[in-house]
Design a protein. Sequence first.
Lengths: 139, 395
Amino acid sequence: MTSKPNYLKPTNLESPGARKFWEGLRTGKFLAPRCEDCGELFFPPRAYCPECLKDSFAWEELSGKGFLYSWTELFFSLPEFDTPFLLGLVDLAEGVGRITAKISGETAGGLYIGMPLIIRISNPRDGMALYYAEPLCSE
Amino acid sequence: MTSRQNKRVAIIGCGAVKVGRYPERQESELALQAIRDALKDAQITTKQIEGLFTTPDLQGNIGLQTNLLCEYLRISPKSMAEICCGAIAGGLTLKYAADEIQAGRIKIALCYGAVREASIGWFKNLSQGQGWSMIEPTALQPYAAYGIIWAYALSARRYMHETGATEKDFALAAVRNRKNAAGSPVAAFTKPITVDEVLNSRSLASPIKLLDSAASLDGAAAIVVASEEFARDLSPHPVYLLGWGLYHDNSCVIPTDDCRKSISHFTATREAAKRAFQFAGIKPNKVDVAEIYAPFSSHELIIPEDIGWYQDGEMVKAIRSGETEINGRIPINTDGGLTSRGHPWAATPLYETINLVRQLRGEAGSIQVKNAKVGLMHCEGGMMNNGLVMIFGRD
């Protein structure tokens, strides 16, 4: 049996500017940097503030809530993922940015644009945690 | 824009290899085949080439392909560049050749691009290693891999949501392209297809299916650009560059840093088109024939709206009523477009331009648009994050 290649390694994905974000995921938190100089809260995390280019940040935990902006059903992916699966483009509720995430707990027929979703974080594997999205049920 | 006062530039020669698979040939030799045909068409010799502009060679030659070509052709150009800016590269070779000629530094330039995407392509190598989404993995977690279809699929779905377009409407564009490709001397896919065949083809990333998609293939294309003075003396059928517009939006593939950025319509295409029309001093409805860079059939509907021929969502009706067919209101992709001509990515804008030149010369045979005087070429990089629109005309 040949083992599947594994590309999902911290060395492949984690840039120094975003290390705090990945560390956050490993402890179950979805973090975004706020520039300590100009106060800009931004996403995705980068080494320099896109507004003022300073590099000192405080990291804030986002709610993880979001709204489905668009979606696709993917029929091919990296060997680590079973296909097909649903991929959502999700506007973060705080309005700071968008993410793509695998959607769990829903079928293509049940998705609609604008649907409220919540970000969940998987258990770390090979030192990496990824996030995914689930429908946010109103209780 | 100072160029309007300057003398115009003209395309005086074109050559292109049939798009396909050439596993046994070198890029340089595919390029030479296209270059030889372009020089013959322009009725010039290699010794007259003063500028050399080409698209990226991503096979590991660290940007030294012009070295090889200069020695091979025994030429010593006074201006040269290998230009890389995503898939817009082929169009940029024409822009920089035109700039150099209008600045008076050179009189004749050769632009070419050779790509062996199917045989040893860059995307192919990338997909064996990493997903494209790894460019911004914090926002684009690496679920999506192997090229960029996932991003276009998200764009297409959003466009459907906003306009009421259906997968069948996208299929109509794929069918139109295939019908046109039958009359192209360079298209890879010429066997007619039906809407049902498109709808029932293999799902890749919904709503995009196999027959909605452009195949990454091998190809090479070359274009000779000359000063107006030279073209008037030498060329029986010069095609003039009337204007161009270039724009890069502050976005990267799927824009993730701002929830207000659209993925169903694209600022870069709109701004590039607006600038090109201003430069050329014409209105969108003066265009007789157009080539647009749509890697997937969904974007055959999106791009014409961004260029300005239709309001947002109006292409749904236009594709249903055949307004973009060869005898329609605005004939688009008359040689099959990316989905049927095939897509040697960096050379694709040159292929588009060559079809326009054939149209404007009246040499397009069965796909000829009657009395075509003005042609528009659109190309892009990323997912429409940047755009180049060029407008050509004959006297």
